[in-house]
Write a protein that binds this ligand. Structure first.
Ligand SMILES: [Zn+2]
Ligand SMILES: [Zn+2]
Length: 133
């Protein structure tokens, strides 16, 4: 199975993730906007067991956003790395942290109902107001 390498801005944290995403998409929810500081978050979902920290566990920090979601970031440089979906044992990797190229590209926009009003989606990918079934 192909593995992809990822890292934070200061490179203290690195990880490997299997190139087998259950879901690849752009999330336009207001919380992703806050966490990424950008118009939307680009995420790839994998089973939690498919992601391994390979360096920097001592500087990794966690923020418990909700009952089901913990955000994982570098305490040194602040890079958003991935979220842990605790109730379903999955992780959503921020694709911008990858140093390798995943086989498939994101193919959907979610939570478009709360999209930033100053951002216009310019591609033809499907758009959902919230999370599709
Ligand atoms: Zn860092
Ligand atoms: Zn989101």
């Amino acid at each position: 199975m192909k593995k992809l390498k990822g890292s934070c801005l200061c490179r203290q944290v690195s990880f490997e993730v299997a190139d087998e995403f259950i879901f690849l998409g752009y999330c336009h929810c207001s919380e992703c906007r806050k966490w990424t500081g950008s118009a939307f978050a680009t995420g790839g979902m994998v089973p939690a067991s498919a992601l391994t920290l390979t360096a920097g566990s001592e500087v990794v920090r966690h923020y418990r956003k909700s009952v089901q979601t913990e955000l994982v970031f570098c305490g040194q440089c602040g890079s958003s790395l991935y979220s842990r979906k605790l109730l379903v044992d999955r992780c959503i990797v921020r694709l911008g942290t990858l140093d390798d190229t995943p086989t498939r590209a994101p193919n959907v926009h979610i939570y478009c109902a709360s999209k930033a009003p100053w951002y216009e989606i310019m591609d033809a990918l499907p758009q959902y107001d919230e999370l599709p079934e």
